[in-house]
Design a protein around this ligand. Structure first.
Ligand SMILES: [Zn+2]
Length: 351
């Protein structure tokens, strides 16, 4: 398909924010719809490749950026990194996965695609697509630029068209460094031990559970890990990540938990804390930045460990990728508005 977009930088004509109207987004797209290198319909359909990128519904052939459940639908054929393929098989029970390691060009239809690290969870990838006229499109999937304790660092590649997530696309989301998060987590554990309380740290089964395990074992704590997080940690270990020694949580012997940190997913908190008489809870999430989050999550402490980019990282990504046009997904329309305020052509693709 011929693409008529000029390769020179496209800038919005006004520095003022445009009013956002979801129904107007398609009409605002900077290229005629037939010339876009993708079609957006609950996921991106790559023109010329018959390949969907992270579709929200079942599709015949789909690239799956990472192993979180909202991305792992049972497609006819999936394309994913080897680690994501393992999570995909576990979640969907489907075996039809084309495994594509990082940095290995692969032909799909008349498009060349290449996966590279997203820094989000184990195996999470971004995808670079070369269109028929040589332009580069990058879709980030979920990503973060801060170095996670047990993951490949995310890469940023220059591109013409950038499709990026913007979950934390508001300036108030500025996360602390990993060192600060680590110090906050250790301080929480120490306060609990001083008061003879069991520290219960909560993180999601895939991602923050393993990051927390890595931080806690590195700090020298003895950790009792819920089985659901252990099973995912074993996938990390099979892929070469080492956590050191830890125990699987056994709630039948609560006395044995004295002096240990309990690590569990938030949705199993009631079950885990029911037999514990003296404990305190801490939740690991980027939403910790919101003042009301502690009450919303119903925990004693919030620690801003996130597997997504914060606002400064989203801006850094755009500056380093130097795209001619940006499309945002997830989050709200505010980040695209902010980019347009900075003179960058940007549009939000509503789900
Ligand atoms: Zn995710």
């Amino acid at each position: 398909m011929a693409l008529s977009s000029p390769l020179s930088p496209r800038r919005a004509s006004t520095g003022r924010a445009r009013a956002y109207r979801p129904e107007a987004v398609l009409a605002q797209l900077p290229l005629p719809l037939d010339d876009l290198p993708f079609r957006y319909e609950r996921g991106m359909h790559l023109s010329g490749a018959d390949l969907w990128l992270d579709p929200h519904t079942r599709r015949p052939v789909a690239y799956v950026s990472h192993g979180h459940s909202d991305h792992c639908l049972p497609h006819g054929q999936a394309v994913a990194t080897p680690a994501t393929a393992e999570f995909y098989r576990l979640r969907t029970k489907r075996l039809a996965v084309t495994e594509l390691p990082f940095n290995q060009p692969h032909r799909v239809g008349d498009r060349e695609i290449e996966l590279f690290p997203a820094g989000h969870v184990l195996g999470a990838s971004q995808v670079s697509v070369i269109t028929s006229d040589g332009r580069r499109l990058v879709y980030t999937g979920d990503f973060k630029l801060r170095q996670a304790p047990c993951l490949d660092a995310a890469e940023v590649r220059e591109c013409d068209v950038l499709v990026m997530e913007c979950t934390f696309g508001h300036p108030r989301y500025c996360f602390p460094s990993l060192e600060e998060v680590d110090a906050q987590l250790c301080a929480f554990v120490e306060r609990c031990f001083e008061q003879n309380l069991i520290p219960v740290v909560m993180g999601y089964i895939l991602g923050k559970g393993q990051e927390a395990l890595c931080l806690l074992t590195r700090a020298g704590y003895s950790v009792a890990v819920h089985d659901t997080i252990v099973r995912v940690a074993q996938v990390y270990e099979r892929q070469g990540v080492s956590f050191g020694a830890y125990d699987t949580l056994n709630l039948a012997s609560v006395e044995a938990l004295r002096g240990k940190v309990v690590l569990c997913p938030p949705h199993l908190r009631k079950e885990v804390t029911a037999p514990l008489t003296r404990y305190r809870t801490a939740m690991l999430t980027g939403w910790a930045i919101d003042p009301s989050a502690r009450y919303r999550y119903g925990v004693h402490e919030m620690i801003a460990l996130s597997d997504h980019a914060d606002f400064p990282e989203l801006m850094e990504y755009v500056e380093r990728a130097k795209p001619k046009v940006v499309y945002t997904v997830h989050g709200g329309p505010g980040f695209a508005t902010h980019l347009r305020d900075q003179g960058i052509e940007a549009y939000h693709l509503a789900d």
